[in-house]
Design a protein around this ligand. Structure first.
Ligand code: G6P
Length: 369
């Protein structure tokens, strides 16, 4: 096992550090050389069929579900198609209104999660086509889906998912841009701009991983807390849900993700002196509103760890600490924003002496419903 960890203390850390490589692997061969279009040869769904889709569903469990929530945001924004995203264990029990003009996307690292497989079968039973986004070739979900987009994350050993999640995000971006081009919802220049930025993301993740000292230091300072909040708006809120899950899974700190604008409708009552609040503020269009939400928690004594784009000096005024992420297209920030959250969870769990790779009560793949 030590040999497999290649010098890293835990599989989780090794897998976090593998992200630049596996993100590149997942992009490879799927973007034209001139960054003008997505080449999604993986899926057999024809152009005319893609144009006919009226509604999209995304269903998954755990971290894969969180990738689906980002997928909804990105697809609705870029493709202007309504997307419903469901937790797979809830999906079929609500008798979803699926018809042959619906497309169902299931996301699963292992390809074996029982509830996700059952959701796939329900979609088929109702006549929809299913695209699977999975990391395991020839898994049950890969075999039963009509089409598969593989994430090339390689084996993920740590129970808490990291590199599988970020490669799932890449799959969501590629699918959204592929559909946007076919359905004509984005101009060629916009597609080119986003794809050019997407190509830079793996290198930017590497840049962040080159220096983790600041995050290790913050983790040490916050590790003794038993509660934490993650707040954000828009795309940042979707990433906040994954940040909170990572922290809960491996450090057993109670963490909650909240849409920043919703705080004042109840949760603000829980903000007490020194409560750690991770505030994600990477969306330029929402920055001003986000800063006023940060001020609300700051005024109640919370200790703010801000996550912002490089150069956003306003964050320093309202945060105890700021982690900066490299600049990219606003729709692509999710892949970058989650990296410091993964590291924060990891180093906090290590500081608390937790069994990082094998958290209590959790399994890597859940094959019972
Ligand atoms: C388990 C794992 C999670 C994972 C979820 C879904 O709960 O502990 O890390 O996100 O299953 O797994 P899947 O293989 O379907 O992505």
């Amino acid at each position: 096992e030590q040999a497999e960890k290649q010098g890293y203390e835990h599989f989780m850390l090794k897998e976090i550090f593998e992200q630049p490589k596996v993100l590149r692997d997942t992009v490879r061969g799927r973007i034209s050389d001139d960054n003008s279009s997505v080449l999604l040869k993986d899926i057999s769904l024809g152009r005319e069929e893609i144009k006919k889709i009226k509604k999209l569903f995304i269903t998954a469990c755990g971290t894969a579900y969180h990738a689906g929530v980002v997928g909804k945001y990105v697809i609705e924004k870029l493709v202007r198609l309504p997307v419903e995203v469901d937790i797979a264990s809830e999906y079929r029990y609500r008798d979803p209104i699926i018809d042959p003009d619906s497309l169902v996307i299931v996301i699963s690292q292992s390809g074996e999660t029982a509830d996700t497989l059952a959701a796939l079968r329900e979609a088929h039973r109702k006549g929809a086509r299913v695209i699977a986004v999975t990391n395991v070739v020839d898994s049950s979900i890969a075999r039963e889906a009509d089409d598969v987009i593989y994430t090339w994350a390689g084996p993920e050993i740590a129970v808490a998912s990291t590199k599988a999640y970020t490669t799932q995000l890449i799959a969501m971006y590629l699918l959204a841009l592929y559909f946007a081009e076919i359905r004509g919802t984005l101009q060629g220049s916009e597609i080119n701009e986003i794809l050019t930025s997407l190509r830079q993301v793996p290198g930017q993740v590497q840049e962040m991983l080159n220096d983790t000292a600041q995050i290790q230091d913050f983790a040490g300072q916050y590790a003794r807390h038993e509660n934490a909040f993650f707040i954000g708006r828009g795309l940042d809120y979707t990433v906040a849900t994954e940040g909170a899950l990572k922290l809960k899974e491996i450090s057993y700190i109670h963490a909650e993700a909240y849409a920043a604008g919703e705080l004042k409708h109840g949760t603000l009552a829980l903000i007490v002196e020194n409560m750690p609040v991770v505030a994600l503020a990477t969306q330029p269009a929402l920055l001003e509103k986000m800063i006023s939400n940060i001020k609300e928690v700051h005024a109640r004594g919370a200790s703010i760890i801000g996550v912002a784009l490089e150069g956003i000096a306003e964050m320093e005024e309202v945060s105890e600490k700021v982690i900066y992420i490299p600049r990219t297209h606003p729709v692509l920030t999710s892949v970058l924003t989650v990296v410091p959250l993964q590291l924060l969870a990891y180093y906090m769990a290590v500081a608390r002496g937790c069994d990082v790779d094998k958290p209590r009560n959790l399994a890597k793949a859940v094959t019972v419903e």
